[in-house]
Structures are given as structure tokens and as C-alpha cells.
Design a protein around this ligand. Sequence first.
Ligand code: UD1
Length: 413
Amino acid sequence: MDSYLVTGGNKLAGSVNVQISKNAVLPMLAACLLTEERVGLFCPDIADVSVMKKLLAVFGKSAEGKGLVFIEGEPSYAEPSAALCSALRASVFLLGASLARFQRAYLPMPGGCAIGKRPIDLHLSAFRALGVEVKEGERAVECRVIKKRGGKAELAYPSVGATENLMLYAATAEGETVIRGCAKEPEIVDLGLFLNSMGAKLSGLGTDTIVVEGQKKLHGTKYRPSADRIECGTFLVACALLGGEITLLEAGLEKNDPLRLKLLQNGCKIWAKDDKITIQGGERLAFSVKTGPYPSFATDLQPMMGVLACRSKGESLIEETVFEHRFSYLKDLKRMGADVCCKGNAARIRGGRLHGEKLNAKDLRGGAALVLAGLAAEGVSEISQIHYIDRGYADFDKKLSLLGARIERITHE
Ligand code: UD1
């Protein structure tokens, strides 16, 4: 198990490229089951993509290449193992994709970060509304299409994964499918544009109603998903926290507008032109953040804001409304000396000093936040269990080092 050895105190300077969006690419990889033609897809080099490639292999699809990945082969029906499905949340997309392609699906319960209960009831009730028969077992779910036709489905909460699963299913269902109560995250728009580039007909992307005109067949494509707004946001917060000035390349700021506003409140200066974002750290003033479905503040950036609050003047307030267990990193910050008072889904944090500690990452984004905390602390910190961070950040240590941070990856036998 590798760990990061992190020494605090350095300001950031320089520029790094932003990776392709993890959350955009994962459902797109599942969507490759919808065609036997070759798909070229730009992917980030992260552990979740490697697991998704393994899952595609189970369905007879090869996925070769780094950067631009080519997915090809005639897919065949398969029942993926619990071991693979429990490795990531995105295995849930195999439900929609397998139903679309084979009219049936078997899925052991999807895993992912332990940031909440993360049930899949919204996915299943929407599939039922579209005429899919669903059998829920204790450890797996089995679905069968009675008649592969469109219809109407409504989500009681704008779940990102459920919206994407329905889009995958409806792309090749007969007739029109109207999905109401959709999530509006940029990754939904990206998935829709990807499917449309394969010949699907989805409209209303980025609104709460998506209309899908089912197509008999989809074809191959070559597609470059958007920049990863969460990785980009992580570096923006790092600069606010550590000071200095950095430029993020191949990035996009418009999808991170709620973060931009909070960083301005914190005292940063931010400029964006074309696909470049430059940020200069500022006074570090207290702020308040409330997470929610897009266009509200992204829950995936909440832990980084918690760390920024620890080093900002005055009392900041952080409210988490999306996942129930997304504050586990706060315990670690307390061990580093942070002044945190957490009640239910709200945390009040008074800015002060942090000192180095030995810490364990417990989930992807919380783990990245602990690395930032180590860089903002006095002394040395060791962050273990960094396989969580590898799930979503390619070369996290290398990029931070390039920007002047002191971070080293230690490989333990
Ligand atoms: C996706 C992202 C994740 C991000 C989240 C919210 C991927 C692979 N992951 O996760 O990084 O943090 O969106 O922006 O894209 N819920 C139910 N029943 C369901 C589905 C969801 O109760 O059937 C609840 C969840 O437990 C959670 C909330 O709805 O409390 C939001 O979940 P959802 O939007 O589905 O997130 P994911 O797709 O899992």
C-alpha cells in the first residue's frame, strides 16, 4: 500500500494540465456496449477507468490505449463478478447498458466511496416505470426487459447516476422516452453529446427534462469528454489554501462557477481565457458553502473547502446536503489541530493553524483533501490508503510537485 509523504509550507507556482473528466468518461465506457463498432474515447489514466476496462472485457469488449482508448469488439451478455462491481460506483451503468443491448442485466451491488448509503432505488423504480421487470436480491439485482419501448419516467431526486442509466437505456429503446426530474450536471450533457455522436437522439440535456428518440442502432465514434471540473477545482482550492499563482490548462471555469464565487469570497483573484484558468491566492477569508445538485456547489469539492476553512480567517460554515457521510475527513483535520464543530450535516470551522499528522484516506475526495491539509500544515504528514486517491486523480503527486508542493509517493512492499 503506497502513501504520500507531504511537507507543508510551500506556495504554488507554475502550470499543469487538467485531466479528462472521470465522471463523464465512466458512463461513456459503459455506453460502448451499445455498439459493436470501434469507439475512440479520451480517458484519464486513473484506477476507476482501469476497473471499467476490466468490466468491459467481461462483456467481450477490448479497451486498449492510454490517453486515447479504443474500445472494440462484439459485446456478449455477461454477469460481472461482485468483486469487480464492488470496486466502483460506476458499475451501476452496466445496468442501463446491458438492458439496452441484451434486454437483460445482472448486477451485483455497485461499490464506490463510503460517503453515504448510496442505494439504487431511483434507478430501479424508473426502469420499472419503463416496463422493465426488476428482481432485487440481497446482493444483486436482476432485470429483464418485457418490451423494449420508450415511455415516461420521473426521478423523485435528480440523481446523476439514475439520469445517466436511463439515458443509456432509452438511447435504443423503441419510440420516445421522456425523463423528468433529471440531474443537470455537466457530465450528463457530456454523456448526451457522446451518445448523440454515436447516432442517438437526446435533447433537453442540462435541463430537468430529457427527451430521447430511440434509435435501432448506434455506431462508433471518436470523442473527447470535457475537462475534470473536480480535479480542476481541487487545484484551484490548493492555490487558495497555499497561496501563490498557478495556471490550469485545458480547463473550463464555467462549470465551476459556484466554486469561483466562493474563492472570490475567500480573497482569490481568478482569470479565465479560452481553456486557461489562472488563480492567485488571496487573504483567505471565511466563507459559507452549501452543497447540492448542479448548479449548486459540488459535493465532491466540499472536503477541499473544509480544509480551506481551517486556514481562513474567521468562522466558515459548510453544509452537506447530498451524501450523509461526507464529513469523515473532519476527524482527521481535528487531529491536525483544526477547530471544528460538526452537528448533523453542518460544520462550523474556525481558521487557525494545522500541524502534520499520520492520516488514512477513507474516500477519494476526502483523501485528496487530506493531502491539501498536509501541504497547508506545519511539519510533515503521511497520508496512507492512497489507492482511494488513485481512483480519481492521475499523477496527483507529480502535478502538485510541478507546482512546487513538497509531496513524495512512498511505495511500501
Ligand atoms: C455521482 C458522481 C459522484 C458525485 C455525485 C453527486 C459518478 C460516477 N459519481 O454519484 O462523484 O458526488 O454524482 O454529484 O458520476 N440516491 C438515492 N437513490 C438512488 C440514487 C441516489 O437515494 O437510486 C441518493 C444518493 O444516496 C445520494 C444522492 O441521491 O445521497 C445523490 O446521488 P447521485 O446523484 O445518484 O450520485 P452518484 O450518481 O452516485
